[in-house]
Design a binder for this molecule. Sequence first.
Ligand SMILES: [Zn+2]
Ligand SMILES: [Zn+2]
Ligand SMILES: [Zn+2]
Length: 346
Amino acid sequence: MSNAPTPELDAEKLYENAKASIQLGIEDFQISQKDENDGGNPARALSSVRNLFAGMMLLFKYKLANSVDTPEDAYRLIHIPPKNILPRPDGSGGIEWKPEDKFLKDKTIDVSDIEARFKTFEVNVDWGTIGKLRDCRNHLEHLHPQNTLGELAGFVANLFPVLTDFINDELEMSPQNVLGSSWEIMLAHQTFYNKQLAECETSWLDAGIPAGMQEFLQNCTCSECGSRLLKASPKSLEQGYTVESDEDDFEYCCISCGEHAPIAPLLLDSFEHEFFYWPPDGDEPTYEQCQNCAHDTYVIAEGSCRWCNDELDYKYCKYCEELLQQDDQGNGGLCGSCNYRLHKDD
Ligand SMILES: [Zn+2]
Ligand SMILES: [Zn+2]
Ligand SMILES: [Zn+2]
């Protein structure tokens, strides 16, 4: 290892970059949401989400850099450390342990590194929400910009409370001062967005979604634009349809883009996502087709169907108390092996 001095890090520069990145992200956001005839450009959605996420990460790094006394330690904290510590001859018959390489100059820590350092430095942020924001950013990287506008609106609305809490609680600064005009834009957007979201949720109360499927509604997103702002179609409600009995006809309408389409496939998709299993990895099935309603929503571990709520006549084997499945029901309350044992001599 050379004896070059450890590089230093200018925390204030991080802070300025964080603010600039968030501001750019909000400008992109506004332009992406405007009508194209009005100077809007949907293609800016991706750079919006990139800039906003990067800005939040820079603020996090700024916090770390400020948690130590020297610019050298600040530099070490936010750069990837050397991976291998190797033994070397010390020149007098012994050994000394030295890192194989230096801190990588251009490689700063990523989301999971920040999470680990926040733990040791006891900095609190809502990693559950940040994980969702990261997934959203990664998801948008792969979509056509037209299909991301609705999702971006949710991203900005969910980012806002994370940012303001962090600036308040951990930086002990005023979010309004730090974020400037972006703060007001985000606040107005979040308020508006949450009001719309609440209206959407209320609209489904009389839609007759099967009780066991209701929890999946919150993960349904518009198939056109990715928005979570889906309302029960007033027309479907007027017709007296219910999701349970009229699954081909009961539609959602998307507040962001106006798309109308049946809600049932979205509910079934998010059910599958929740109970996902992958046989090539050796996963056991978690659900199967229901013998009562023919939806693929029979949850094996629950012994009942999420769609029609059909329960088994016999839940446990009368002899060995093993959990019974749909296919065991013909045995009059016995599991396959007990049934075989008791009837093999018949
Ligand atoms: Zn939409
Ligand atoms: Zn069923
Ligand atoms: Zn048995």
